[in-house]
Design a protein around this ligand. Structure first.
Ligand SMILES: C[S@@+](CC[C@H](N)C(=O)[O-])C[C@H]1O[C@@H](n2cnc3c(N)ncnc32)[C@H](O)[C@@H]1O
Length: 217
């Protein structure tokens, strides 16, 4: 009984915070599927990740807010270009409602065949930008969750080595805590620049950060 009332309190607090969250309100007004859009928007505004004629991969894309933002920008780029060559593919374990000019792969990114399929979809088997907000379903067992996240981050790095253009960039979610420093050292072996970013839209109490990786070695 006690546990139940504690979890009810937490749910109530979460709901209250969610309702009052300015990014939740903005997402509703601007037609984004989740507040997560503003994390990518803020990073893009600061670091200018999105350009015309880019091929982009969105890992862990559902429900689709990041891809919606990318698709909207690509639409604007297309309108201003004579021979546009934008491409967007997203992948998730969960279904993702259709997004304009986006290809969607339903599958588990950890599966080699799924990664191979993604690479085959890419024009010239190359991408200019990989964005990843992928995160496992958290079990609540810290060690297990840290290990699952580390695994996804190391697979993301291997995937980048396989298909990221030499001048391409990788933006991926990571979490401070167990395994974080190992992940950073692993990434620094592949990229000369690995910058840690905490966009305003990322809740301050969350251990979540984003790694912006560029200058492939
Ligand atoms: C935080 S959500 C992404 C939100 C997304 N960026 C957006 O803007 O809507 C993380 C996503 O990663 C997905 N995911 C987790 N593990 C995965 C895996 N092994 N393969 C594919 N997707 C995975 C989850 O299903 C979830 O939809």
């Amino acid at each position: 009984m006690k546990i139940q009332s504690k979890s009810k309190k937490i749910n109530k607090a979460w709901l209250q915070e969610h309702i009052q969250d300015p990014y939740v309100k903005r997402a509703q007004q601007e037609g984004y599927r989740s507040r997560a859009a503003y994390k990518l928007i803020q990073i893009d505004e600061q670091f200018k990740l999105l350009h015309a004629n880019q091929s982009i991969v969105d890992l862990g894309c559902a429900p689709g807010a990041w891809s919606q933002y990318i698709s909207r920008k690509q639409k604007a780029f297309r309108a201003n270009s004579v021979s546009p060559q934008n491409f967007l593919v997203g992948i998730d374990l969960l279904p993702c409602e259709k997004i304009h000019e986006m290809q969607f792969v339903l599958g588990d990114f950890r599966e080699p065949e799924v990664q191979q399929h993604l690479v085959e979809l890419l024009p010239n088997h190359t991408t200019h930008l990989i964005v990843s907000d992928i995160a496992p379903n958290f079990s609540g067992i810290a060690q297990v969750d840290a290990w699952r996240m580390e695994d996804l981050l190391s697979l993301t790095l291997e995937f980048s080595k396989q298909c990221l253009h030499i001048n391409g960039k990788l933006l991926c979610k990571a979490f401070h805590g167990t395994g974080f420093s190992q992940t950073i050292s692993q990434y620094k072996k592949v990229f000369a620049k690995v910058k840690e970013i905490k966009p305003l839209a990322s809740r301050s109490k969350s251990a979540e950060v984003y790694l912006l990786c560029s200058e492939r070695k």
